[in-house]
Design a binder for this molecule. Structure first.
Ligand SMILES: Cc1cc2nc3c(=O)[nH]c(=O)nc-3n(C[C@H](O)[C@H](O)[C@H](O)COP(=O)(O)OP(=O)(O)OC[C@H]3O[C@@H](n4cnc5c(N)ncnc54)[C@H](O)[C@@H]3O)c2cc1C
Length: 390
């Protein structure tokens, strides 16, 4: 006889909230998800969907988690497509990253022979996982890109996923598995007692107080604003990013191409151009015409054929940042029924396959998954907050 299902409330319907809701519903939990906008309406819809492995020279717990998650992306998308009956396009085109100075070339020379150990992924074309390309080799791969005498690091393991399709599929799969999704339902505040909690919402149907067996906060950059305890143990903050989409008459590139901080992500009849990183902008989600024009000019410098490409749209989103750019995942000390999963900064889409599974296991069993041991919420002295910048 199956027992009584665990009741779980989730605050925030971005990639983290939705993917955790799906995994929890698969584990027979009774899940209600509260989202102040429409699902995906935070950082997630601003994302360019690039799935970009960390440098093989970095091998800390965060990079290990990221690699393991990227390795699960293909099976995650296959399972989700089957569960939602919706397609989720994934392009496995790879990436070219220009090496702008001798230090970058030296670093790439150390990286290339290592490949990406620990990542399993199906690239579009066979060949070395990481290799340094000369300007002539770049022209062969991408004839319209201007290499301006530079070398580039070619990574066959970089891909991109259609984020809008991913969110649509997660939403559909959650609904099919009985998750209650309440959009346009902001959570005003929480009341946290030692072993219980109340979530106070103000949706279209008026104020409501909700409770459950467990609470999972996946409110992205807004997480710390929900309660002083979250400010203390999960001090997230926003790192604004602006981006734009250019229409192209036909596909101009097949790889993601990066030069400096600007990168081009190809889709069929358009190219996404990302992105600024503006932690000083706070919670401002407006686009700034001068910043968008700078990104456009940077894109033209990489791919001159974009000079005549019309801007389809531009947007801004708030990446959830956290001290040292490390996500915070696990229960709030003293409140074992209240979990946080936030602060995935620039890699939330790539992290979602593994993190959602680990959080669902952790929340339902109470056993800390070893991969999350380094990311548990903990007290941080104010001086250490946001001390390191990428
Ligand atoms: C320009 C840009 C480009 C990016 N490109 C990439 C990329 O290529 N690859 C990649 O992996 N990542 C990328 N990212 C990062 C990625 O978007 C984030 O890491 C990820 O979306 C974070 O997901 P999340 O669910 O934690 O946060 P969010 O998507 O922000 O979700 C949090 C949700 O909580 C809701 N919420 C907040 N407060 C409340 C409340 N009080 N009540 C109810 N709901 C609430 C919000 O409305 C929001 O929908 C990019 C980000 C930006 C801005």
């Amino acid at each position: 006889m199956p027992g009584i299902p665990m009741r779980i409330l989730i605050v925030g319907g971005g990639i983290m909230g939705l993917s955790c809701a799906w995994r929890l519903a698969q584990s027979r939990c009774q899940v209600t998800l509260l989202e102040q906008r429409d699902c995906g309406g935070g950082a997630t819809h601003a994302s360019l969907g690039a799935l970009w492995p960390p440098s093989p020279l970095a091998d800390g717990p965060l990079q290990k988690l990221h690699r393991q998650s990227l390795s699960q992306m293909e099976s995650f998308l296959t399972e989700l497509a089957a569960d939602s009956a919706l397609p989720i396009p994934l392009r496995r085109g790879g990436r070219l990253e220009f090496l702008l100075d001798p230090d970058a070339l030296t670093r790439a020379t150390q990286e290339a022979p290592l490949g990406h150990p620990g990542i399993t992924f199906t690239p579009a074309l066979p060949g070395p996982i990481l290799e340094i390309l000369s300007p002539d080799q770049i022209r062969t791969l991408e004839p319209l890109v201007d290499p301006t005498h530079l070398h580039a690091l070619h990574c066959r393991f970089t891909a991109q996923v259609d984020v809008a399709a991913l969110i649509a599929a997660l939403t559909a799969a959650c609904l099919r598995r009985g998750v209650t999704i309440l959009e346009q339902t902001p959570v005003d505040r929480l009341t946290l007692a030692d072993l219980s909690f109340t979530v106070h919402t103000a949706g279209a149907s008026g104020p409501r107080d909700l409770t459950a067996d467990r609470l999972l906060i996946t409110a992205g950059a807004w997480t710390a604003q929900l309660d002083p305890l979250l400010q203390r143990f999960a001090p997230t903050r926003p790192a604004k990013g602006q981006a734009l989409m250019l229409a192209t008459p036909q596909p101009l590139i097949s790889h993601i191409v990066k030069r400096g901080t600007t990168y081009l992500v190809p889709w069929q009849d358009h190219i996404l151009v990302g992105s600024t990183t503006e932690p000083e902008a706070g919670f401002d989600e407006s686009t700034v015409p001068a910043a968008i024009e700078t990104l456009r000019q940077d894109a033209i410098a990489i791919l001159p054929a974009l000079a005549s490409a019309p801007v389809v749209r531009s947007w801004a989103g708030l990446r959830p940042d956290a001290p040292k750019h490390r996500p915070i995942m696990g229960p709030i000390p003293g409140h074992p029924q209240v979990f946080v999963c936030a602060g995935h900064y620039k890699t939330g889409i790539g992290m979602s396959p593994l993190v959602s599974r680990l959080i669902a296991d952790f929340l339902t069993t109470g056993i800390v998954p070893p991969q999350l041991a380094d990311f548990l919420p903990r007290d941080r002295p104010p001086r250490s907050l946001h001390s390191a910048r990428r």
